[in-house]
Design a protein around this ligand. Structure first.
Ligand SMILES: *Cc1c(COP(=O)(O)O)cnc(C)c1O
Length: 371
């Protein structure tokens, strides 16, 4: 590990002081509501800061075998294993490395019922309401594959499980909306909730945001836990790491084409993929009145961070600090959800197939740190 105050750009800069602020809010929520907070690794998997986070958070939740193993290896506390679909060959390792396993469907529960017997098991329930404004990220979208919905079908397997996972909030900073959707869950699944020991309400609740009514939120969670006699879990991803990291870049060139364009040593496709997928602008503090379009150095024509008001025209060599890049950003250089990278196989001219590259869990780990 290098230890100097300035590194060559580009680099992501994670600020532990800012992380500690979020952890203090999570600590407050855990104490006042009784809920346990698990970090959703699909949002943020940079394990060299897990020591700090694990002093507050109760463990991790996952979306793949690699995330289960990362949680077990690098984050003390509980390890929840969830995936949209487990495969036969990974089940033994998932069970060996997790405290709870959450199945996404009744068919997966049935398929692994024998093998997972004796393990603490849960089922994902899809309440068919969500706070998402992007269809791409909406778990309640039509034809959603994310969880079971029919209370009668769930009742038929209730003796096989001891918990439920609901994840239907998405970037939701609106407490009344959260509470209203929880009431819908209570109305639809109330009888079933009385029969389980734990309920995870998933992620997507932005309770660490400025001005969020934490006391009301805690009271609502506590009321829910008391009504059904359950341990509540939350699975914050974004809320845990919001506003804790920046992407440090340098200006490589400044050109004019009806607008002033600053080309930096980064690329949204390579380093901030969510901007491209969700058509969002990067966050750069506006400091003046000179409009500058900040562009990436890839040859993708639309590789643009956004247009920002600079104090003055930028110069080659200037440093820019793009804000709030921890969530869904560092994990998207590769390995999103911990989904294993495909190997690369070449079929040679003689018809023989040769595997020229294969990836494993160690490669996944190394993508986020090596100290
Ligand atoms: C994505 C996800 C989370 C984390 O969501 P955030 O919006 O980052 O808080 C938690 N649980 C599940 C099941 C998820 O799919």
């Amino acid at each position: 590990m290098q230890n100097q105050s300035d590194f060559p750009t580009p680099y992501y800069l994670i600020d532990e002081t800012k992380l500690a602020r979020n952890m203090a809010l999570i600590d407050q929520v855990q104490r006042e509501s009784g809920a346990k907070c698990l970090l959703a690794l699909k949002c943020f998997a940079t394990w060299p800061v897990f020591e700090l986070m694990s002093q507050t958070m109760a463990g991790t939740t996952s979306s793949s075998l690699y995330e289960v193993k990362l949680g077990r290896d690098k984050f003390p506390g509980e390890t929840h294993a969830y995936s949209v679909a487990w495969s036969e060959q990974e089940m033994a390792e998932v069970l060996a490395n997790s405290d709870k396993i959450i199945f996404n469907s009744l068919s997966q529960l049935a398929r692994f019922e024998q093998q997972s017997r004796g393990h603490n098991r849960g089922l994902r329930v899809n309440p068919k309401v969500s706070s998402s404004s992007f269809s791409l990220a909406d778990p309640a979208r039509p034809f959603s594959r994310l969880g079971e919905s029919d209370p009668d079908k769930i009742a038929a397997v209730i003796h096989q499980i001891s918990g439920f996972m609901f994840h239907n909030n998405c970037e939701n900073g609106d407490f009344p909306l959260f509470s209203q959707m929880l009431a819908h869950i209570e109305q639809t699944y109330g009888e079933l909730l009385h029969q389980v020991e734990w309920v995870s309400l998933g992620g997507g609740i932005h309770f660490t945001g400025e001005g969020y009514p934490i006391a009301d939120f805690c009271a609502r969670l506590k009321q829910f836990a008391d009504t059904y006699g359950v341990q509540v879990y939350l699975e914050p991803g974004e809320a845990a790491i919001t506003n804790t990291a920046s992407l440090e870049v340098s200006v490589l060139d400044v050109v004019e084409n009806d607008k002033t364009l600053a080309i930096v040593d980064s690329s949204i496709e390579a380093h901030m993929l969510d901007l491209l997928i969700y058509r969002l602008d990067a966050k750069l503090p506006a400091t003046g009145s000179v409009p500058v379009m900040v562009c990436g150095k890839s040859c993708l024509a639309g590789d643009i961070f956004g247009e920002f008001q600079f104090a003055e025209k930028p110069n080659v060599g200037d440093r820019l600090s793009i804000q709030d890049v921890a969530g869904y950003t560092m994990v998207k250089k590769n390995w999103f959800n911990g989904v294993s990278m495909p190997a690369i196989v070449v079929q040679r001219l003689n018809g023989k197939r040769e595997r020229v590259q294969a990836f494993n869990y160690q490669d996944y780990l190394a993508g986020f740190g090596n100290q």
